[in-house]
Design a protein around this ligand. Sequence first.
Ligand code: B1M
Length: 792
Amino acid sequence: MKIVNRLKDGTLIFDGAMGTMLQNRGLKLGELPEMLNFSAPEIVIEIHKSYVDAGADVVTTNTFGANELKLAGSPYTVEEVIHKAVVNARTACEGTDTYVALDIGPIGELLAPMGTLSFQEAYEIFKRQVVQGVKSGADLILIETMTDLYEAKAAVLAAKENANVPVFCTMSFEANGRTFTGCTPEAMVLVLEGLGVNALGVNCSLGPKELGPIVDHILKIATVPVMVQANAGLPTVVEGRTVFNVLPEDFARHGCNFVEKGVKIVGGCCGTTDRYIEGLKEVLKDRQPGKIEAATLTGVCTPTKVVEIQGVRVIGERINPTGKKLLKEALRSGNLDYILREAIAQVDAGAHILDVNVGLPEINEEEIMEKIVQEIQSILDVPLQIDSTNPKAIEKGLRIYNGKAIVNSVNGEDKVLERILPIVKKYGAAVVGLTLDERGIPKTAEARFEIAEKIVDRALSYGIKREDVYIDCLTLTAAAQQEEVQETLKTIQLVKKHLNVKTVLGVSNVSFGLPNRDLLNRTFLAASIFAGLDLPIINPLDQGMMETIVASQVLWNQDKSAEAYLKYHQNQPKTEVGSKPKMAQSQEDLFNMIIKGIRDEAKIATENLLQEKAPLDIVNQYIVPALDFVGERYEKGDLFLPQLIQSAETVKSAFEVIKKKLKENAHSDISNGKILLATVKGDIHDIGKNIVKVLLENYNYEIIDLGRDVPKEKIVEEVVKNKIKLVGLSALMTTTVKNMEETIEALKKMDPECIVMVGGAVLNPEYAEMIKADYYAKDAKDAVAIAKNILG
Ligand code: B1M
């Protein structure tokens, strides 16, 4: 029976861990588990077989890391490894009706902008795995342990486009309810369902109990089967061995709970064995999954933020060249900074979603659309509306977009619907339907409603959900078509009443050709909201419009207890932790650029500041406070790793300018002695260490910089090799101070005369003393003073 049919009626049991089972059978630390497909196939087959015997309906191939990056340097190609692994799994399943799932784990490198791997490169890596997996006979594809939604999207697209088998995808969440890169369960559901996976859910990272609340969030809105593969609890190390704290019978009880709540697919992850799967099989015998009534979530998202269309949500209209000379020039010259500034200004002013229209006859719209979507999503956490009439530009934008977007737009013309709707469906976007067709814009509300109805029906026939269709009832100009202004409002009422979909409107058309346009726009906006408008497309920098929305929502009983209205009017300065420190305008610019992650402009701002400030003052007064601010917001969960990385990258480009200046001011050419610098093992923070390095070089010390995440052995080796007298160590995390202590111990053991200075935000003089450092340096200047003291 086809696996998707099996899922219609009952539950499906997956196998348990492969990795920890291989470790129990002697897999060495650092050894690639996939190599055992060749070196010890009998062990791999035996593990698969133990799961089959325990009652698993599906076994997963031993291919978690079988991608070209992880296998680089191994004697086998991706194709060879995958083929052998599928054969091993099949051998174990012989004589049974157990399915074989091709297992695909994360690539092991971060995608841009967090890392350097491009979306397309990631896609190609996954494609290679998928193509071979299907060729070798896998029955389905399991993409698992994903922590980055963008990477999951690349993998799902690679699977959907290159294989004709079901695709399941699970992500790993942390106890705070988000993945490592900040993705929420809701965003995962919106995006993966949109891409057409056959099942989705969670695996790894936590035990079944801890995963419970995350699974509840998913069950609330998911409309495809939900899957859970928890760890066997939380790991602890006992006598050098990793032990998990949930027993098979407790694991089975949790599995049963999940199924009662509506989960359809269960299995195990790290620490689970055949006994855990046997337990699941036993408790799930004859048990039907609980019925779930998934609530409809109408919304769009980025990985870290879902914008639910509940009440009025503002779509910022300013990235649209129509009538905008400066934007046209920016698009022609490829000045993305100008466009990014427009995007930031709109979000700062309260836009919930940004419309992106880059259609100019003289530019390559497809290329620019792809580029601008990438740039905006790398610095702003806001869903986008891809606005174009060119299907290729729409597809480029949707493909590269990390989240669920809106497509603006289709209309009632058959050829437009046929061209655009399949793209909307493929990428799981929402779509705006304009109430016009081959005959133009109908005069009456009834005729416009008919077109709306046709668009909704057509979208449904392509498998697009009703809640993902938004109807634009079209604003006409009061100066030229005064009677038809009311028809727009009537159309909104009809659409809301009879079609049960959300409505969109570009509002400011109404006032063309009349004086005091703001007044007309505001008045029309209020009337539209009362008629049922959900998504006004406006200029969010127009305060009058924004205030009209805030006020209308109170009067329309959407803003309960006038909460948003009151907040809008509370204009008190913020003083709590995480609020921006007060500073002068020029300072504010560099500060804002760092917290928003605008690299190129931060460079220019730094150059300007250097005209009036000393390089180190810029570091201490601007860069460090901005990073502290970002760090505090990260700790509070207001922003996530991608934004942290953007800020760090922005600091890097600002610091390049500072470094150049410092080098110009270097004191002389004679070396004052050698110093070795390193950030300790386990720690990749190096901004502070790099500042220290440049300043020391400025004072003519020769620096041997070992970089970051440096093991103590390497440090000792280089100290000996280079006859170093003074070593500088940096650490920024509570977890890595321990490694700093061990490094000092190793250095002192090698040479008790070796002098060690330490620095980094997590340290203080007492702690430095405790870990037996000779000196504590609060900042780079302190480091120079210590160097002078020791080396002269
Ligand atoms: Co992360 N990070 N980070 N981070 N990060 C911190 C340190 C954190 C405090 C943020 C927070 O939660 N508030 C937190 C640590 C919590 C803790 O342990 N107490 C944290 C975390 C948790 C993490 C990750 C684990 C996040 C994750 O992946 N989930 C991860 C760590 C990965 C790893 O290391 N294994 C991570 C990653 C990153 C980025 C890659 C995104 C980026 C680093 C980029 C890079 O360095 N190339 C980053 C950043 C930027 C920060 C914050 C925001 C800023 C650090 C910084 O550069 N400050 C930081 C929060 C914060 O510190 N406010 C945070 C500016 C720098 C000039 O200051 O390094 O202190 P500092 O250097 C000063 C002095 O201390 C001294 O001189 C310098 C100049 O005045 N000094 C020395 C430093 N070293 C010296 C050596 C010397 C002498 C003086 O002699 C040798």
